[in-house]
Design a binder for this molecule. Sequence first.
Ligand SMILES: C[S@@+](CC[C@H](N)C(=O)[O-])C[C@H]1O[C@@H](n2cnc3c(N)ncnc32)[C@H](O)[C@@H]1O
Length: 245
Amino acid sequence: MTGTTAATSDYEGLGEFHDLFMVERWRALRPVFEATFGDLGPEATLLDLGAGTGLGTRTLAACTRARIVAVEPSRTMRAVLTARIADDDDLAERVSVVAGAAPEILQDVAGPLAGFVCAHMLGHLTVAQRAGTFAALRPLLLLGAAGVATVDPGGAGSSELMTEERRIGSQRYVVRYLPSDADNRYASEYEVHDETGRAVRAERFEGSWTSVTAAALAAELDQDGWSVEPGDQSTVVLRAPGGIA
Ligand SMILES: C[S@@+](CC[C@H](N)C(=O)[O-])C[C@H]1O[C@@H](n2cnc3c(N)ncnc32)[C@H](O)[C@@H]1O
C-alpha cells in the first residue's frame, strides 16, 4: 500500500537538489549509528523510515552488517534511492526499498526489527502521525531494539536565512533556506549559475516542518513507556518497553 502525505509532494521538485547539501549532516550521524547498530549481524533487519535519496541509508549500511528496509513515499526521492542502491553490489544485496508513508506503510513491514532510523523526517509528521508511527513500530521491534532519530536543537523553527553553495562541474548551485513562518511553512530557493556567474535556473520550493526537540519527543513518547536518551546534540536513541523475545 502506498501512503501519501503533504510532505511527499514537497519533495517532488526539491528532490533534484536534496543531496547537494546533505552530505555533512550525514557524516555527523556516523558515530551514533556505529554505537547503536555496529554490533548487529547480517541476520538483523533495520528500518530506515523516510530514507529519502539513500544518502543516509548508505551511511547506515557502512556502520552495520544488518539488512535494511528503506521506506520512502516520494517518487522523486525514491527514484534516486533505488538507483543509489542498485548501483552498489553490497547495498543491492542488503537494502530493500519500500514505497509508502508512515504510519500506514508500517502495516506492510515485516518484523522483527533490530532497530530503526528516523533521520530528518519526524518534523514532517503531525503529532498524531508520530504517535501512530511509534505505536505501529512497537510490535515490530525485537527486545532491546533501539531507534535513532534526529531532533532539532532549538524549540522554534529556523529564524535566520541560511545560504550554502556547491560546485558541480562548471556550475555553482546556491541554496537559500528562508526563515519558517508562524505556521511552520518553510521555503528554500535554489539557483544554478554558469561559469560566467549568470543564473541559468531558479527554483523555489515550499513545505512544512514542525520543530521536534528531544524534550518534545520524550514528552510525546513518555506515556507509552519509551525511553529517549540523548545520542549527541542532534540525535536521540529511542527504546520501546518490551519487544519480541
Ligand atoms: C529531509 S528528507 C530526509 C531524508 C533522509 N532521511 C536523510 O536524512 O537524508 C525527509 C524525507 O522524509 C520523507 N517523508 C515525509 N513524510 C513521511 C512519512 N509520513 N513517512 C515516511 N517518510 C516521510 C520525505 O519524502 C523525505 O524523503
